[in-house]
Design a protein around this ligand. Structure first.
Ligand code: NDP
Length: 502
């Protein structure tokens, strides 16, 4: 599938973008090659062919990008720009992204493997919404006044208030599962609050970040406000997050790398937020319609091929409905046509990389070796492209690695339970705490369960529903801090207390 083979499936804009030579880095408003001259091959996971090359940044490029972001924040026009002007630029960016939605979706599909239709409806559309939502906050950043009493100076009078000030240069490090959307989750609040940014997309999926960089320039953001460096974690990510010129790190990715980043950030007292892994439970109570619950459970695990931090990867069904719900989820899994993301008939695309495919298949094997039964699926599909069959494992227990560890693929474990107390304990019995869904129409049981679940988001009769207005993040080892919502702005702002004796 080289470009001439797929030309009829993609827009001219996408074809032209892919036909370019090596995609450069965006530093200080200039598109530049990496100092080392090294490049990274971008692979289409549907057919394992190289679709593009990107410059591979190292420490020297990181230094230049951070210096540019520093200048733009400390001295450049950005430092003097008012909230209303930042809002206007963000709104312009949202309009440009919306106008180019199809091309972004096509490139995301070719780069990541996901369905282009889904990418347009979810990744791009939600990215546009997120930019617009955050743009609105640019003019609504406010402190508070306090009427203070001072016991040792009862006659003294003070005017006291707090100011919210942009934290400074933000290092945004994002993964490959929602490349554009997660970049926007970081960029939009950072820019709304007046920060500048160095963005590092995942080396596997850098293309839509580069396209976004072009729109950022077109929208009129001053040079250095957003810098984009592509490179792998050790060569580009590590020097970025430990750079003394960075004021805040915003990371989404694995818990393992999140811990490394937190430790590196603390060395410089760099602020950080971490949106990390999950092992989210889907809890089905026996009062609900089994077919509805099964459809919801299938969507919870198989959306984006299971490569979702809040994927519903552990299914718990109350005993009397267990066999029925598992059989229905298995029927849905078996009916899912695997195919490349530009094919509208395909229901599930390839995983992002050979490494991820091998990792997921290895987990399935570990599950089987520890005694799990494979209800459907069980391994790789085909021999070309990184496809994995949607897989359901039963006869599992809480100690198994497939129940405890984040697999990040289309693999569901299913267990029966007796009552609410038992399922709450099972649901909480991992290191993670990102999300959970409850499927029931019994309000009183639902409300008794919600407070028992240790997770940043609880969905009822839905799963993975996200909105720019609602904070998203994890309890326990699923992270620190929140993305989205008003709550996310706090982590891009410092609070300054001012006392004026009058
Ligand atoms: P990582 O956590 O390694 O990658 C996320 C981002 O961090 C990427 O941009 C990566 O760069 C970068 N990175 C890696 N190492 C460092 C470092 N030392 N310092 C700074 N940045 C770094 O995820 P993987 O891609 O390796 O995926 C592994 C597993 O992580 C998955 O199988 C899944 O379980 C989990 N994961 C969870 C996600 C979530 O949203 N919860 C998202 C993605 C993965 P690069 O990739 O370019 O090397």
């Amino acid at each position: 599938m080289n470009i001439s083979d797929i030309k009829h499936l993609i827009t001219d804009r996408t074809a032209k973008f892919l036909a370019r030579g090596t995609h450069p880095l965006l530093i200080d408003g200039q598109w530049v090659q990496a100092e080392s001259g090294q490049t990274i091959d971008v692979i289409n996971p549907a057919n394992e062919e190289v679709i593009a090359k990107v410059a591979s940044a190292g420490k020297a490029d990181v230094d230049k990008a951070v210096a540019a972001a520093r200048r733009a924040f400390d001295q450049g026009p950005w430092s003097k720009m008012r909230g209303a002007e930042r809002e206007r630029l963000l709104m312009k960016l949202a309009d440009l992204l919306e106008a180019n939605a199809q091309s972004f979706a096509e490139v995301e599909s070719l780069d990541n493997g996901k369905s282009a239709g889904m990418a347009q409806a979810v990744d791009v559309a939600v990215a546009v919404d997120t930019i617009r939502y955050m743009a609105g906050w640019a003019t609504k950043i406010e402190g508070a006044t306090s009427d203070i009493s001072v016991p040792f100076a009862p006659q003294a009078e003070f005017v006291t208030f707090t100011r919210r000030e942009a934290v400074g240069v933000v290092a945004a490090v994002v993964p490959w599962n929602f490349p554009l959307l997660l970049a926007v989750w970081k960029l939009a609040p950072a820019l709304a609050t007046g920060c500048t940014v160095v963005l590092k997309p995942a080396e596997q999926t850098p293309l839509t970040a580069i396209m976004l960089g072009e729109l950022i320039a077109e929208a009129g953001f001053p040079p250095g406000v957003v810098n984009i460096i592509v490179g792998d974690g050790p060569s580009a990510g590590a020097p970025l997050v430990s750079h003394p010129g960075v004021d805040k790190v915003s990371f989404t990715g694995s818990t393992e790398v999140g811990k490394l980043i937190g430790k590196a950030a603390v060395e410089n007292m760099t602020r950080f937020t971490l949106e990390l892994g999950g092992k989210s439970p889907v809890i089905v109570l026996d009062d609900c319609d089994p077919a509805t619950a099964a459809a919801g459970a299938a969507q919870a695990i198989f959306f984006n091929h299971g490569q979702v931090c809040c994927a519903g990867s552990r299914l718990y069904v109350q005993k009397k409905m267990f066999d029925r719900v598992v059989a229905d989820v298995a029927d849905i899994a078996k009916s899912m046509a695997l195919g490349h993301g530009l094919d509208p008939a395909s229901r599930m695309g390839p995983l992002v990389s050979r490494e991820q495919m091998d990792r997921v298949c290895n987990y399935i094997n570990i599950g089987m070796s520890q005694g799990a039964n494979v209800v459907t699926g069980g391994g790789r599909a085909g021999e070309k492209g990184y496809y994995v069959q949607p897989t359901i494992l039963t006869n599992v227990n809480a100690d198994m690695r497939v129940v405890q560890e984040e697999i990040f693929g289309p693999v569901l474990t299913a267990m029966p339970y007796d009552d609410i107390e038992e399922v709450a304990a099972l649901a909480n019995n991992t290191h993670f705490g990102l999300g959970a869904s409850i499927w029931s129409n019994n309000l009183s049981k639902v409300h008794r369960l919600i407070p028992k679940i240790k997770a940043g988001t609880v969905w009822v009769n839905c799963h993975s529903m996200l909105n720019p207005a609602m904070p998203f993040g994890g309890y326990k080892q699923s992270g620190i801090g929140r993305d989205l919502g008003k709550a996310s702005l706090d982590s891009y702002l410092e609070t300054k207390s001012v006392y004026i004796a009058v």
